[in-house]
Design a protein around this ligand. Structure first.
Ligand code: 5GP
Ligand code: ZN
Length: 114
């Protein structure tokens, strides 16, 4: 999608601090970090949110989670712990309408979330 900020990041048309990239996904640091480690993991294909993770996209959904898990280890937050967040639509607090996981760590998380 031409005007989607995360599509632009996926295509390298907007700068991002990339931590991982392959054919299907890209991971980069959040511009406004909410924890000492705050990385976003996105599919390069424009999917609006989790509702577009249909059965045909099971492999992509799994790949996004596997990348997140591997990054947690590489970024040193696996042992201490981390949170993987997927906000969807208004009540979920989704601001950018391109599917993304937040990988957050490096501090104690609270429950219930705000
Ligand atoms: P959401 O609220 O949609 O789940 O999260 C969107 C996230 O994207 C926010 O944490 C916000 O800081 C981040 N974000 C928005 N625009 C940009 C950008 O241009 N670059 C980067 N790196 N992060 C962004
Ligand atoms: Zn997009």
């Amino acid at each position: 999608m031409a005007e989607c900020i995360f599509c632009k990041i996926a295509e390298g048309r907007v700068e991002s601090q990339t931590v991982y990239e392959d054919e299907q996904v890209k991971a980069f640091y959040d511009l406004n970090p909410q924890a000492p480690v705050h990385v976003l993991i996105i599919p390069k294909e424009h999917l609006t949110n989790a509702l577009e993770l249909t059965a045909e996209r099971t492999a992509l959904a799994g790949h996004l989670v596997v990348v997140a898990s591997r990054l947690a280890q590489q970024l040193g937050i696996a042992e201490s712990g981390f949170r993987l967040v997927l906000n969807c639509n208004e009540h979920g607090g989704q601001a950018v309408d391109h599917l993304h996981f937040h990988l957050l760590g490096g501090r104690q998380m609270n429950w219930p979330p705000g």
